[in-house]
Design a protein around this ligand. Structure first.
Ligand SMILES: [Zn+2]
Length: 365
């Protein structure tokens, strides 16, 4: 049994007239007593409505039949409620505490983050698994056509040199289990994108003349590039990325309501930056396995990454010099946005971080 609560001075309105009555409130065994010299009311507590309150508002309780109680001294009211064993509703407590608000926001971010991190890739993987390979091939064809229009020109490499690289790769792949092998074909292009390579959906491995030039035609290094790109083809990263970026785009447009072109680029960029890292790891692992079984040291990849970095630094210097040289601004290359999206998967888009270098630096086992 609970002892009677302390009393609290409050104001009572009967709900019929505007007259305020000074009263004392006291709670006893589930009954609220409202008392003054002329008044003696006993109301079961469960028939009293305790509206949600804000931290600074005046306190109030509503009685059945239209009466109400008010108290300007919020601190005294709260202390009395507590001493009377009145529980506040969870919502009030939560609303009043910034810690709870912060915690709620934090959990929301966690949930969204988990969806972004794991939910979307899982969804994309499922979609890709149910998509026939012919779809990859179709997308690959139209991507190649778009790239050719925007960024590529026919290769300047002699056909025998192209054929030699192709044949070397066929030999490398003969050391692999045949059932493990995705469909592939190799195409060379002269391009504005510098030394680079990419795997289009459907298995077209695209290599730029500049890439061959960068490594001085070193076939072993080129095998490493092609093995990495074949990894992208094997795991169908192109299609996976496309699904993920499309879903992110759809969600963004749902949330933001408006699909302005500036915002449209955001999910694509987000998707690329995050998901491509995982895809690169998979492709690197596949490349390393191919190199090892073809008895090529995986360290050739480190050589390549070093050369690409040196090339990037040269490019950056040249760009800076061009800016100083007061060139007209129209001289910079405008790259078509859809073509650019695919470059997120291109070889040179992934600088050599320490993890990648360490991965290829280990001895061939
Ligand atoms: Zn890659």
């Amino acid at each position: 049994m609970q002892n009677p609560s302390p009393t609290l001075q409050a104001t009572y309105f009967d709900g019929k007239s505007a007259q305020a009555h000074g009263v004392a409130l006291c709670m006893d065994q589930g009954v609220l007593h409202i008392v003054n010299a002329n008044l003696q009311l006993a109301v079961p507590v469960n028939q009293v409505e305790w509206p949600e309150r804000t931290r600074h508002g005046k306190r109030m309780a509503l009685l059945a039949g239209g009466g109400s109680l008010q108290c300007a001294d919020g601190v005294a009211w709260d202390a009395w409620c507590k001493a009377s064993g009145l529980r506040e509703s969870g919502v009030v407590v939560v609303q009043q505490s910034w810690r709870w608000v912060a915690a709620a926001l934090f959990s929301l971010v966690l949930v969204l983050g988990a969806l972004y991190q794991w939910g979307l890739p899982m969804l994309a993987q499922a979609v890709v698994a149910f998509t026939p390979q012919t779809v990859d091939a179709k997308i690959g064809q139209s991507t190649l056509a778009a790239l050719d229009e925007a960024l590529m020109a026919p290769s300047g490499l002699e056909l025998p040199q192209q054929e030699a690289i192709r044949t070397a790769f066929v030999h490398v792949l003969q050391t692999q289990a045949p059932d493990d092998m995705p469909q592939w074909n190799l195409a060379f292009r002269k391009s504005k994108i510098g030394p680079n390579a990419l795997a289009l959906p459907g298995g077209t491995l695209l290599m730029t003349d500049d890439m061959v030039a960068l490594v001085g035609g070193d076939t072993q290094v080129l095998m490493a590039v092609l093995a990495h790109e074949l990894g992208h083809a094997k795991y169908r990263h192109g299609l996976r990325m496309l699904v993920q970026v499309s879903v992110l785009g759809a969600i963004t447009s749902l949330v933001l309501g408006d699909f302005s072109t500036a915002l449209a680029a955001v999910p694509a960029l987000l998707g690329q930056a995050h998901y491509s890292r995982e895809a690169e790891r998979e492709a690197d692992a596949y490349a390393r396995q191919i190199l090892v079984s073809a008895r090529i040291s995986p360290r050739v990849m480190v050589t390549l990454l070093d050369r690409l970095r040196a090339q990037r630094e040269r490019d950056a210097k040249n760009t800076a010099r061009e800016r100083e040289g007061d060139k007209p601004s129209g001289s910079s290359e405008q790259i078509a946005a859809p073509a650019l999206a695919w470059l997120g998967l291109a070889f040179a888009s992934h600088p050599a971080d320490a993890e990648r270098i360490a991965f290829f630096q280990g001895d061939a086992r």
